[in-house]
Write a protein that binds this ligand. Sequence first.
Ligand code: DAH
Length: 356
Amino acid sequence: MDHLLPPEIVKAEHSFTESLAACLDTDALLRLKGAYVGREGSHAARMMELLKAAPKDQKRELGAAINALKQQWEEGLKARQTELEAVKRQRNALAASWDPALPPPVPASGALNPLNRLMDRLVEVFRPLGFHVEEGPEIETEAHNFDGLNIPEDHPAKASSDTFYLAAHPDLLLRTHTSPVQVRTLLRVAKDMAARGGIRFLAPGRVYRKDEIDPTHSPMFHQVEGMLVGHGIGMQHLKGTLEYALRALFGPRTEIRLRPSYFPFVEPGCEVDVSCPLCGAKGCRVCKGSGWVEILGAGLIHPNVLKYAGIDSAEWSGWAFGMGVERMAMMLSQTPDLRLFFENDQRFLKAMGGLD
Ligand code: DAH
């Protein structure tokens, strides 16, 4: 159709929809109507002149094109008119219902994510014991994530079916635990261990594993690592510290128990249970009737980990632990699905006050 119409009309046709949307009140719409379909000086009037002047054999086709375009404009104008009238009615109704004596609406305020609050609490529990916070990158080297932690070459965790490796840098990966912060921190402080008299820190952060998303798994989750290096450190120090921290977290009547377990970076290694904070160890759904819930992995730092960082394992010893934050937050808040922690629904975040 366009080829029959002069450029000015084609241009008008193209800008019509935009001009129509730009009409925000009926006055503007009236002006647009005048410019497009008004009796005089409008695009439509100009088209009629063109029709009159057109050679006979073109009149039929040109006439049909002009009519179609004019009808399209008229319908568009009418629809916009209906829209603008509806908006006006709504605005009037709102203005009529506005009561200046009512209190103003309270602005929505944010809430800290329960996972962050739980990690903050852990940091506060350990701070009086002289622990500070260390951080490490979420994109790690194989060396920090595995080798420095005495994890053997053929360990299943190194498989690309469990770990996100970077496609462009096969020696880099998304850290699978917060334990590489141990390696980085030990490497950094190794030289002045003597002057410092040891080191103690927490390392909270995100970790990544190739897990399918379901109510208890997510490819991204949080851990808090804890580590202490000093002179003559043994299991008794680990147990005493954890007892203090977990009682501060779960309540003064909390009991803990250590079960032997294996992690390459500790020897001996253990898993630590707390008496179920929800039922007071009587047995409930959360502890599956056993009265105990597993909370973290821990142990005495393997001499190879100290050695890797250049620290003399004959002189220094220590403990380390790593705990899963989601698991603990789910238990404390009785949240059945960890995905709720990541959806940032204000109603959920506010209802999580129980974690404080
Ligand atoms: N890194 C271990 C994991 O991701 C958790 C862990 C266990 C950390 C024992 C430790 C430890 O520091 O001593 O499952």
